[in-house]
Write a protein that binds this ligand. Sequence first.
Ligand SMILES: C[S@@+](CC[C@H](N)C(=O)[O-])C[C@H]1O[C@@H](n2cnc3c(N)ncnc32)[C@H](O)[C@@H]1O
Ligand SMILES: Nc1nc2[nH]cc(C(=O)O)c2c(=O)[nH]1
Ligand code: SF4
Ligand SMILES: [Mg+2]
Length: 216
Amino acid sequence: MNTLELVAPTTQELIAAGLQLPIMEAFYTIQGEGRFTGHPAYFIRLGGCDVGCVWCDVKDSWEAAKWPVLSIEKIVEDALAFPGRLAVITGGEPLMYNLGPLTKLLKEKGFTTNIETSGAHPFSGDFDWVCFSPKKFKKPHPSIYVEADELKVVIYNKSDFDFAEDHAKLVNSDCELRLQPEWSKAAKFTPEIIEYVKNHPTWKISLQTHKFMDIP
Ligand SMILES: C[S@@+](CC[C@H](N)C(=O)[O-])C[C@H]1O[C@@H](n2cnc3c(N)ncnc32)[C@H](O)[C@@H]1O
Ligand SMILES: Nc1nc2[nH]cc(C(=O)O)c2c(=O)[nH]1
Ligand code: SF4
Ligand SMILES: [Mg+2]
């Protein structure tokens, strides 16, 4: 006699498959940074990051276990409640997860998909725009360099200009290059970034405009 045993997958297996993901928060706002500054967008912030930037503005996100695990169907259903159809996947570090199923479903439902990533984990997902923000605290995975549409380097100290140039050599020639002042050092570094961009015109400035507008 044949016995057919059906074992339900565990949460860990569903997360590994990218069918469920830990969600710290999701909110409809205005993209504050980079290429799509000013565009209305639905942000999906995944929990979990192992990069450890000393100046990270969302340290609460780091511990994945703190956040509820939702199915990708629920994540996309929640996004559909708002009129905008630009979805930004961020974190935490979103590439800690398999983003294939979530981005496939978002696109099936009519969303344009953008990602904010440090590139510290292997690339996954179907994205219309990849914003790559490399970090000294954990080396990017080599898979990010061909994917990046935008290189957005945070300037926290002087050596970050050289770090930015080193990464500019590694991305595609059509990748947009931006320097973004670290928020707490913005008063000190914004004037230097302005001079740098004027003297190195392949670069542009990105500001965290949502913080000036006092929106999420
Ligand atoms: C919070 S991170 C999440 C996505 C991903 N872990 C990453 O770092 O790209 C989103 C963006 O905010 C930037 N960021 C984080 N903290 C910042 C700060 N204090 N000042 C300026 N930019 C910051 C990151 O470099 C990244 O471009
Ligand atoms: N408005 C707004 N724009 C953003 N662009 C990137 C953000 C992020 O934390 O990934 C972010 C964010 O947290 N809020
Ligand atoms: S990689 Fe992103 S989420 Fe992680 S610590 Fe750095 S800025 Fe924060
Ligand atoms: Mg942010």
